[in-house]
Write a protein that binds this ligand. Structure first.
Ligand SMILES: [Zn+2]
Length: 229
């Protein structure tokens, strides 16, 4: 197990010094990039076209997603990917609803450069639908089901696992989200609530006071997501 030290500015996505470009849209930490490239090649032999839908994401991008959901520009979905009527929700209920699918800025695994969302590009193109990153696409009748099965058998050979495989009352199950465990398992032990709290207090974010009041429980439930440290 690597004992990679990552400064708070990196794990909160405030800078990308830890990131190497994968292509013009994506970046990962060096070891995760190498492992992903090896996995991609191996999958190709089995006719699976694994491509990145998402990789490193900065604090500002995560904040922009949060603000769009908070203000209603983007829908807030329930656990079944159906849009929720948020008009009757308290601020805290709205925060929980957003965090079922979208991390709090500064607390996203995508800031680390070890975590990525994958899909089978050829299979999705052949289906004639555009990728939505919803469970149905990775289930039996979906275009990414062969990829899902391939990952079950092979992802761990390359150091990847699925932190959101099961629903623990936190983040919704995400069959597409992979994490490069030799590094991410050491980063999760380095996260500090005090750093995150300071950062969130310094920005304009919807629900700020409620987030800061409940930060401890939100962090446990969604960032750690049932992971026992
Ligand atoms: Zn993801």
């Amino acid at each position: 197990m690597s004992t990679t030290k990552m400064p708070a500015s990196c794990w909160m996505g405030l800078n990308d010094c830890h990131i190497q470009p994968f292509n013009q849209h994506h970046g990962l930490v060096a070891a995760a990039k190498t492992a992903f490239e090896a996995m991609q090649l191996a999958a190709q032999q089995d006719n699976i076209d694994i491509q990145l839908a998402s990789s490193f994401r900065s604090f500002d991008r995560q904040l922009a997603i949060w603000q769009k959901k908070w203000s209603g520009v983007l829908p807030i979905n329930d656990i079944h990917s159906q849009p929720l009527d948020t008009s009757e929700l308290t601020e805290l209920e709205k925060i929980h609803a957003i965090m079922t699918w979208s991390a709090l800025p500064g607390a996203s695994r995508h800031h680390w450069g070890t975590d990525l969302d994958v899909f089978d590009k050829k299979a999705v193109e052949a289906s004639g639908q555009s990728l939505q990153l919803i469970s149905a696409e990775y289930e039996k009748s979906g275009p990414c089901y062969p990829l899902h099965c391939w990952l079950e058998d092979n992802a761990d050979k390359f150091g990847f696992y699925r932190p959101y495989k099961f629903y623990n009352g936190g983040v919704a199950p995400e069959a597409w989200h992979l994490s490069y465990s030799p590094i991410s398992k050491s980063i999760i032990k380095q996260l500090h609530l005090s750093e995150l709290s300071k950062q969130l207090a310094s920005v304009n974010i919807g629900g700020k006071q409620t987030i800061l009041t409940h930060l401890n429980e939100l962090f446990e439930r969604y960032t750690l997501n049932g992971i026992v440290q």
